[in-house]
Every structure is written in structure tokens, then in C-alpha cells.
Design a protein around this ligand. Structure first.
Ligand code: FAD
Length: 469
């Protein structure tokens, strides 16, 4: 078991308490232990932070970062800790900045179709509040009940609705962030168009807590679609399901979601929640259509025709909001259900161009069979973003090794098909060993230069994204 050295002297803890308030600085072993983990299975190593701070505003964060920078103390920002790449794990100890106390929706601006929020607001809370005003914030990571806006901007999270509406990056208009030296910057703004200088807004989006701490976000909203309907199309072969996806896309129909679950996933979900999934089928597509009332049945009808022509044996269609929510409940339970099978679950997140989806699905199955691993395949197939969820016991060293080999082959396959390592989960710690292969030396050199400009002492989320030397 690895642990890291303590970085912070007690006089510094005293200074941090003066800045953030005594009760907002946690240093007891039990508290620090709770923040040694995020949603990523990392085996038996323990990486304890030296302190956990719950800041209440940007000024406190700025003062904390000034001290951390002077003393070269690592700082890892944490939202809900649901990321799947070890992004919040304090690999070198240091300070965890937990944004849970910065959780206000500052305003919802119906005229300019935007809202301004603090980073600790949950995605679901924001969606509920804007929907009360007839507006819509589409990005919908399956973790949305708890995952935060700050975390989803830092990961540029996606979700099922990415197919039609894009991902978090498409909704970030403006950010406020505190840099490693404590300076506070604003990027982007409140305008829809903005080409004044380099796009620092998009640089911070997806930067995984390595360039700055996001303290405020102005997000674009759109009108809430009038109507939605969910379809569950059942296929005897996953190949047919993958083919249906490419046919729907070629027919220029744009469902708001185009997700897939394979047989193992359905059987696992049904073990824990009886949701009525067709466990005898090889795969289902979960499709949602939305828009004006009149257009929804037309879209649903065309999709049903294409699915049938591609081999769908049965298609269930929601007739009420409750039925739609039931289908989504099944899909959103998938990760949790897989997590109950074994001590560990690890999710890959490779993404390929749309015409390579069937090839990639076949390749994932071949690779997981080759290494005799239990895998549940699900994901946002319409985006070419497939998540094989591996059910593992990482205490079994042979199994852990086989998983590593399979993951590497999956990444290689994605790159071979013209795709890349991650569609939405990011790189963090768990995929950093593969980034050189995906991006090549010149890109890595440029990215490291950017990191060095923002954070010359390397205190922000160290050893994430880039391969460790
Ligand atoms: C069951 C389950 C389902 C999931 N489904 C999806 C999905 O459909 N799509 C998807 O994209 N992801 C998904 N994820 C991954 C994860 O939920 C998302 O990445 C999510 O957006 C992370 O939000 P968080 O608040 O938990 O961030 P955290 O995990 O706390 O942090 C994530 C990263 O962001 C950094 N960070 C957090 N807050 C800030 C901030 N204010 N400023 C700067 N950096 C910050 C952290 O340092 C870390 O590197 C899923 C995870 C689980 C467990």
C-alpha cells in the first residue's frame, strides 16, 4: 500500500483556518480518509490529503492558493467526487478544496437565456430550477443528481443528450476562476458570440482542475422542448443495434438521445431493480425524441421504421412522463448495478467516428472475451462514445493485469478507428499513461507549456492528464 508524505506544516494549517474559518478546515484522519477517494476504483493504494477545506467564496480560495503556491502545496478541487478517472485523488497529498459550500444559483436570466451559478450547484438542481422557468440546460451526465456544475465544466461532461444538444463545453459562456498564484480571472462573458483573443473559456473547460479553480459560471440556456417521448428498441444482436444507429444518423433524424445497453448490462440491472428490461435480447437502444408536440410522433414513427428494418424485434414507446422516467431510471441505474457485482467497477470511455461504431462494438467484445473479463457495454452510442464497464476484483492481481491489457487494446482500437481515449470522462490519473500515444509529442509539449504558464509550480491537481515520468 502506498501513502504519501505530509506536506503542510502546522503553522500553515493555522493560517488556512484564519482564512476559511476553523470549522471549514478538516484535518482529522477520518475526514481526510473520506477524501482519499473518488468514484474511481484505484486498488489498495491510499492517497490521503493533508487537509480538506470547504471555502465559502473566491476570496478565500485566492488566499488559500497564494499560500499553497508559496509553499508548493498541491491543491485538488473537488465537486461531488463522481469522476471516473481518479481526478480528485490527492496523489501527492496537499489540500482538497471541496466546493460544497459554494452552491448558489445566482440568477436565471430569461431574457438573455443564461444563468450564473456557483461551482457546487448540482446539475440536477440547476436543471430543475431552469425548467421551472420554461428553460433547459441540456448536459446530463448520468451522475447528475449529485455531480456539480464545477466538476462537469472541469471534465466537460457529456451525457445521453450530447447527440442532439452537445456537451457541457457548448453551454459555457463565461467563467470566473482563481489561478495558482491566487489571481482571479474572468473569461468569456455574457454574450453568445465572442472571438476577442484566445478562447480561455474553452481552455478552462475540460482542464480537469489543472489550470484553475472555477468559482462562477455563466451558462447558456435554451427553451425547454414542449414534448418528449422515449423508445426502447430491442435487438437480438448488438451488431443490428449498432447498424440501426448508423441508419438513423444517415436518415438525418436527430433524436435527443441515442444510448445503448447490452445483454449483460440489462441482466445486471434486473438483478437489483425490476425495470422490465428484455434480458433475453442482446442489446437495446434507448432513444428519446423531443421538440414541438406535433413533431415528436413523426420523429418517433420514423425511428421505429428504421429500427424495425434494421432487425428490432420489439419496440416499447413511452406513453406518459412516468413511463419515460422508468426507462431512464433503468439506464441510469446501470453503473450502480454493475458496481454491486464485484468490489470494483472500471469504465472505459473511448470514442470513435460514427461510421466506426459497429466495428468498435465488435472489437470491444472480442477484446473482453480474449481476456476473459466480465463487461457490461453501455453508453452514448449515437456519439460513438461506448462505455465498457468492467466488473472486477482488483485484489486479484491476474485479473487486474488482464484488465490493463484489455483497456490498452481498447484504446489502441479507438485510435486505429480514428477516435480517441475519452469522449467525456477525461484523462485524470487513470488514463494518463496513454495520452502520449493519443496526442503525439508536439501536442503534449504545447499542453505542458500551457500548464506551466498557468501553474509554474505545478500545484493544481498534480500528476493528472500527463503521463508521469
Ligand atoms: C454513476 C456515474 C455515471 C456517470 N455518468 C457520466 C455521464 O453520463 N457523462 C459524463 O460525462 N460523466 C459521467 N460520469 C462521470 C462524472 O460524474 C462527471 O465527470 C461529473 O461531471 C463530475 O462532477 P463532480 O462534481 O463529481 O466532479 P469531481 O469528480 O468532484 O471532479 C472532477 C474533476 O474536476 C475538477 N473540479 C471539480 N470542481 C472544480 C472546480 N470548481 N474548478 C476546477 N476544477 C474542478 C476536479 O479536480 C476533478 O479533476 C459518471 C459518474 C458516475 C459515478
Amino acid at each position: 500500500m502506498k501513502t504519501q508524505l505530509t506536506n503542510i506544516k502546522s503553522n500553515i494549517i493555522g493560517e488556512l483556518k484564519k482564512i476559511a474559518g476553523k470549522s471549514n478546515v478538516l484535518t482529522e484522519y477520518e475526514d481526510r480518509y473520506c477524501y482519499a477517494y473518488d468514484a474511481t476504483a484505484i486498488g489498495e493504494d491510499l492517497y490521503l490529503p493533508d487537509a480538506v477545506i470547504l471555502p465559502e467564496n473566491k476570496h478565500q480560495i485566492s488566499e488559500i492558493l497564494k499560500i499553497a503556491n508559496e509553499n508548493k502545496i498541491p491543491v485538488i478541487t473537488r465537486g461531488a467526487g463522481t469522476n471516473l478517472v481518479g481526478g480528485c485523488i490527492p496523489l501527492k497529498g496537499g489540500i482538497i478544496l471541496h466546493t460544497s459550500k459554494m452552491n448558489r444559483i445566482i440568477n436565471i436570466d430569461k431574457t438573455n437565456l443564461q444563468c450564473t451559478v456557483e461551482p457546487g450547484v448540482s446539475v440536477e438542481k440547476l436543471q430543475q430550477e431552469v425548467e421551472k422557468q420554461g428553460l433547459f440546460y441540456p448536459p446530463d451526465p448520468a451522475s447528475l443528481k449529485v455531480s456539480t456544475i464545477g466538476g462537469s465544466i472541469a471534465q466537460s461532461s457529456g451525457g445521453p443528450r450530447g447527440f442532439k444538444y452537445g456537451t457541457t463545453k457548448d453551454y459555457v459562456l463565461g467563467l470566473e476562476a482563481v489561478l495558482a498564484d491566487g489571481s482571479i480571472i474572468k473569461t468569456g462573458g455574457k454574450t453568445v458570440k465572442n472571438v476577442t483573443g484566445y478562447n480561455l473559456n474553452q481552455l478552462l473547460t475540460g482542464s480537469e482542475g489543472t489550470l484553475g479553480v472555477i468559482t462562477l459560471a455563466t451558462l447558456r440556456l435554451i427553451p425547454k422542448p414542449e414534448e418528449r417521448q422515449v423508445l426502447l428498441a430491442c435487438f437480438e444482436s448488438i451488431d443490428e443495434a449498432a447498424k440501426a444507429v448508423t441508419e438513423i444518423i444517415s436518415a438525418k433524424i436527430t433524436p435527443s438521445t441515442l444510448d445503448i445497453m447490452d445483454k449483460n448490462t440489462m441482466q445486471t440491472i434486473e438483478k437489483f431493480h425490476q425495470t422490465g428490461l428484455p434480458t433475453d435480447m442482446d442489446a437495446v437502444l434507448v432513444l428519446e425524441v423531443d421538440g414541438f408536440k406535433e413533431s415528436v410522433p413523426v420523429q418517433a414513427g420514423r425511428i421505429m421504421d428504421i429500427c424495425r428494418a434494421s432487425g428490432a424485434k420489439n419496440i416499447r414507446i413511452s406513453r406518459s412522463r412516468q413511463e419515460a422516467d422508468e426507462i431512464w431510471f433503468a439506464r441510469r441505474s446501470a453503473f450502480g448495478a454493475v458496481a454491486r457485482l464485484n468490489p470494483n467497477v472500471l469504465t472505459e470511455d473511448a470514442v470513435v467516428p460514427l461510421d466506426k461504431i459497429p466495428d468498435m462494438v465488435r472489437e470491444i467484445r472480442r477484446i473482453t472475451d480474449k481476456y476473459s473479463l466480465t463487461v457490461c457495454i453501455m453508453g452514448h452510442i449515437g456519439d460513438g462514445n461506448i462505455h465498457p464497464n468492467f466488473s472486477l476484483d482488483l485484489r486479484d492481481k491476474d485479473q487486474a493485469k488482464r484488465f490493463e491489457q484489455a483497456a490498452e487494446e481498447i484504446f489502441n482500437a479507438a485510435i486505429f478507428f480514428g477516435g480517441t481515449l475519452s469522449g467525456e470522462h477525461g484523462i485524470g490519473y487513470s488514463k494518463s499513461a496513454f495520452i502520449n500515444k493519443a496526442l503525439g509529442p508536439k501536442n503534449i509539449e504545447l499542453m505542458k507549456a500551457i500548464k506551466n504558464t498557468f501553474d509554474p509550480n505545478g500545484i493544481l491537481n498534480p500528476d493528472k492528464i500527463f503521463a508521469r515520468n
